[in-house]
Design a protein around this ligand. Sequence first.
Ligand code: KG4
Ligand code: ZN
Length: 343
Amino acid sequence: MLILGIETSCDETSASVIIGDRGDEKVTLLSNVVASSLSLHAKTGGIIPETAAREQVRYIIPVIEKALEMAKYSKEQMDAIAVTVGPGLIGSLLVGVETAKVFSYVLKTPIIPVNHLFGHIYANWIKKGEDRKIEFPVIALVVSGGHTDLVLIKKHGNLQWLGGTRDDAAGEAFDKIGRLLSLPYPGGPQIEKMANGIINDKYNFPRPVINSKDFDFSFSGLKSAAAREIEKIGTNNLNENLIRNISYSLQEAIFDVLINKTMKAVQKYGAKSIALGGGVGANENLRSRFELEIRKSKFEINFHVPPKNLCTDNAAMIAAAAFFNYGEIPWKKVNANPQLYFD
Ligand code: KG4
Ligand code: ZN
């Protein structure tokens, strides 16, 4: 089955072609084109929704054409069009959804509407070099700019939300503190660069709700603690050494909570695999800390994480989630839903 994926939930405009075969454990990626308006937002320190949507209107058709060209297939050969319907920015979502509907109407190709958060999880089901099978039950951790969620997957199509952030998402905390440290937007990758090489957790920021029995997260108190520390130092007195130490301590606090809660979920549900996804999953330190933690534990589990370019927003993950989880529906019934969450 050939699927054209379309993703426009935030500032990226992305299209991808994948092949899914029911007998296969994973889908095959033929192309994945991502255009970003990030450089425009970097100047303003955050995403301006209208700017993002206007850029997406400009990019969407060229990006789809490029994805088809790279995959060496025509739009008429697609068996289905997978599109992100939410959550996300309404103006941005509409660009992808309405484009998909027009393609569907003209080509008579069915649409598969996809939840963006399922997409982040299913980036793990795209074939890559070593291709280990992902055994169920799976505990998935989605850590992005807007979400921090733990999900239990017993089999494809059976996703159970276990918990999520009560306030800020992990990526959001990185972005906000990054701004206070005068680092370019988005803060996450910059904080990773700054933290690299530091080994002492000098600031020992709080690890909110780390000992709670549920699978919830909360990062706003931690963000405030880091902000207070920066205020105490004074923005004018910040130097590279202080920024690097704050970055490291912030990473340590956030990653301690993410790993601790994920391992608790693994234990409670007898999971055989952990699947990490979302932009924060691109962080090398988080990836290696997970691997270390699993080695130290007595659990027989495999750790899966997509390549970095498939952790951040992309259409390939949307096509992969569509293949394993959803049915096709007529274009008239497809609508963008910015508030969409796990059911
Ligand atoms: O998944 P994503 O591309 O978009 C959303 O769906 O939100 O995630 C973007 C988030 C941003 O908050 C960004 O700072 C964070 O992912 N991020 C990182 C890294 N790369 C991106 N955070 C920590 N370390 C990174 N290397
Ligand atoms: Zn995302």
